[in-house]
Design a protein around this ligand. Structure first.
Ligand code: HAM
Length: 430
């Protein structure tokens, strides 16, 4: 007797996109490709697996991602330490260095695909999720930072999304951060009594993150902490002002959030997030900024860069609130047939329809006309084409409009000669 096999389910926090939902994913991906083309960004595909040290070095040892969220393992076949990418940027940078891309000329690139973080799953927070990631490598000015943000604003308007707010900050340069950090540590030391366990642990390793706390007992301490903004030098301020001026040119409203710290260590100067109150606790749809030190940090010649990533699940959730309807049609034309010769004829006719750009399903197997029509109807097809003995004898097919396209369209059935069928249907489905 065979042993019962325990049902296998998907891994927690990793979701299936079934055909009904996938329609919207594809629609989004189509929109993203067109949107990227409009700004001259080209697609780049990097592996999901990278050497662990790329991320520990690139993202930073003392970040939530590296400390506790990476799917890392030792490859049993050769002992290498590997990690499933928790983000795109490090891998994109690795690839551009490895293939000498940015020394040639600046690169505007993007990617879409799955990334992995071992977080506690909830709405908008998953362990496998998807990002649209956009990077401009080899460009230093505030013009490109502004372009990044303006580009995202265009995506919102293309998709009809409102109610997303832009938050902006500058993290300055490393010397400025070092001076601020020293002042901040003094502040934290003076308020040690209110720090929680995380705060105490991070006080010397990542004091900025201590301010990012949600602990109400620490809010007053965080509010009174020295602001990085006050430690910015002239150049950093000028860069930030340059970004702001261009956002104003574009009519983009922003809020300066001096407390914004991103969860990755590689940023300098401009950082930004787009947030919304329409997604519950996971409010950030898009995050990014400038990372001029990363390329050198992971082994390249120094070069500036800026980028952002959008969480696709969050974006789809948000988009769905503005556009709840998605077309669910499987095909334009559904072939209904009776008898083997009709089925075979339908199969060859269907190929001619596909040649003409008409998407077509031929009912598979046999079945009563009634059952086949039911399938035709649920397929969402506009037209059913019927082939039976009578039709074949007459060298014709019966064509039935399943959904009246206009009020003048008769909903009935009509015979069309097989010679004319493709041209006739093309006219009807266009
Ligand atoms: P990030 O802020 O870590 O940035 O992630 C970007 C976006 O991914 C977030 O704003 C959010 O929409 C989405 N996201 C993050 N974690 C999850 C999760 N567990 N489930 C669902 N969605 C999530 C980066 O990853 C940087 N690499 C962005 C960047 C590109 N900076 C410069 N270039």
């Amino acid at each position: 007797m065979t042993q019962a096999f325990a049902k296998v389910t998907a891994i927690r926090g990793m979701n299936d996109a079934l055909p009904g939902a996938s329609v919207r994913w594809e629609l989004l991906e189509d929109n993203v490709r067109a949107w990227m083309r409009a700004y001259g960004y080209r697609n780049m595909r990097t592996p999901i697996l990278e050497h662990t040290r790329l991320f520990t070095r690139g993202i930073g040892e003392v970040t939530d991602i590296v400390e506790k969220e990476m799917y890392s393992f030792t490859d049993a076949l050769n002992g290498e330490s590997l990690t499933m990418r928790p983000e795109f940027t490090a891998g994109m940078v690795r690839a551009t260095i490895e293939h000498n891309l940015i020394y040639d000329r600046p690169q505007r690139v993007y990617a879409m695909g799955p990334v992995f973080r071992h977080e506690r799953p909830q709405r908008g927070r998953y362990r496998q999720f998807h990002q649209i990631d956009v990077e401009a490598l080899g460009l230093a000015g505030p013009d490109i930072d502004a372009e990044m943000i303006i580009m995202v604003a265009r995506l919102w308007s293309l998709l009809g999304i409102k109610d997303v707010q832009l938050e902006l900050n500058s993290l300055g340069q490393s010397e400025e951060r070092a001076a601020h950090r020293a002042a901040l540590i003094l502040h934290l030391e003076a308020h040690k009594a209110v720090l929680d366990e995380d705060g105490l642990r991070r006080m010397y390793t990542n004091p900025l993150r201590v301010l990012d706390t949600k602990n109400p007992a620490m809010q007053a301490m965080a509010d009174a902490a020295p602001k990085l903004f006050d430690y910015l030098g002239e150049q950093s301020r000028a860069h930030f002002d340059g970004v702001c001026a261009r956002l104003q040119d574009a009519g983009i409203v922003y809020r300066i959030n001096p407390r914004m710290v991103r969860g990755l260590d590689y940023y300098n100067l401009t950082v930004f997030e787009w947030v919304t109150d329409k997604l519950g606790a996971q409010a950030t749809v898009c995050g990014g900024g400038r990372y001029d030190g990363l390329i050198e940090l992971v082994g390249g010649k120094p070069a500036p860069a800026v980028g952002f990533a959008i969480g696709m699940e969050r974006l789809l959730d948000l988009w769905g609130q503005y556009q709840p309807e998605t077309p669910q049609t499987e095909c334009d034309v559904y072939f209904v047939h009776q008898g083997e010769s009709a089925q075979r004829r339908a199969a060859t006719l269907a190929e001619s329809l596909r040649d003409a750009g008409i998407s077509t399903i031929v009912h598979a197997g046999a079945g009563s006309f009634k059952a086949q029509f039911k399938r035709a109807d649920t397929s969402g097809a506009v037209i059913a084409v019927i082939l039976g003995d009578d039709e074949l004898a007459a060298g014709a097919a019966s064509v039935k409009m399943l959904r009246s396209q206009s009020t003048s369209e008769p909903a009935g059935q009509q015979q069309v000669s097989l010679d004319n069928l493709v041209a006739f249907l093309k006219e009807k489905v266009k």
